[in-house]
Design a protein around this ligand. Structure first.
Ligand code: FAD
Length: 218
């Protein structure tokens, strides 16, 4: 635990996840050793869990396993998020982002946005909102976050595809401009555009890393 007090680790590779990433995160008095994937059956999950434990084995030595669990994280927006007088928010609506698997903020935010639309459409509870009223929440949501979801989806498709592209991703993460862009995007929950010069530099580095990825892959 001492090793992870000020540290979180992210692992990529076919042995830990075919399409996402694995992690060791400190959680108060223990560490969470996990992996995410969208593609595999339960049998494969066990081997991926074993994969991440093996990779972090040296640092986990002497540790005790408190709990083993696996849960689905819905990363796809549901095709129907509003039907009649029912509106889905959070995981039920599929608001978890690609690439990062972040769902807490978007669950709370979608719930708030939906509630605000209901309050407004119902005249503070005087009338019953219709399906069309509730669909205004979807319009607002997609307007505010549509591009963010699209960009994170593309990032996941490009970089989590193979060991070669994952090597490219790891190499890019060492770049200070990429770190800044990523940090701002997390903080402001939007894909913050860097200035055009930086953007061009990042694009060039991305292409360079992708080309080098094959050479870097084990
Ligand atoms: C292992 C794991 C790690 C994750 N890590 C992160 C992370 O680091 N950062 C991040 O942002 N997100 C993370 N997520 C995703 C995040 O947890 C979810 O996106 C978020 O909790 C979704 O919130 P929600 O309110 O939509 O759904 P939930 O948190 O699932 O809440 C739904 C609630 O409804 C209850 N419920 C279900 N059916 C009924 C019923 N019939 N009647 C009454 N109640 C019912 C459930 O018991 C549950 O309490 C992680 C998820 C998992 C599984």
């Amino acid at each position: 635990m001492a090793y992870y007090e000020e540290l979180a680790e992210m692992y990529v590779g076919d042995d830990v996840s075919p399409d996402f990433y694995a992690w060791v995160f400190p959680k108060y008095d223990h560490v969470a050793v996990g992996t995410g994937t969208m593609k595999v059956n339960q049998a494969k999950i066990k081997s991926l869990q074993a994969g991440i434990r093996k990779r972090a084995a040296k640092r986990l030595e002497g540790g005790e396993i408190i709990k083993v669990e696996a849960h689905p994280i819905p990363e796809h927006p549901r095709p129907r998020r509003v039907v009649g007088r029912v509106a889905l928010v959070g995981d039920a609506a599929g608001t978890v982002t690609k690439s990062s698997g972040e769902g807490i903020y978007f669950a709370a935010k979608s719930a708030r946005m939906c509630a605000e639309v209901i309050v407004e459409a119902s005249n503070n509870g005087q009338t019953v909102p219709t399906e069309a009223d509730l669909k205004r929440y979807l319009k607002l949501w997609d307007k505010q976050y549509g591009v963010t979801y699209l960009v994170l989806d593309i990032l996941q498709r490009v970089f989590y595809r193979s060991d070669a592209t994952r090597e490219a991703f790891v190499e890019m993460c060492a770049d200070i401009d990429v770190q800044e862009l990523t940090f701002d995007s997390y903080l402001y929950k939007t894909v913050v555009p860097a200035n055009p010069l930086k953007q061009m530099k990042i694009t060039a580095k991305t292409i360079g890393s992708l080309l080098r990825g094959n050479a870097l892959a084990p």
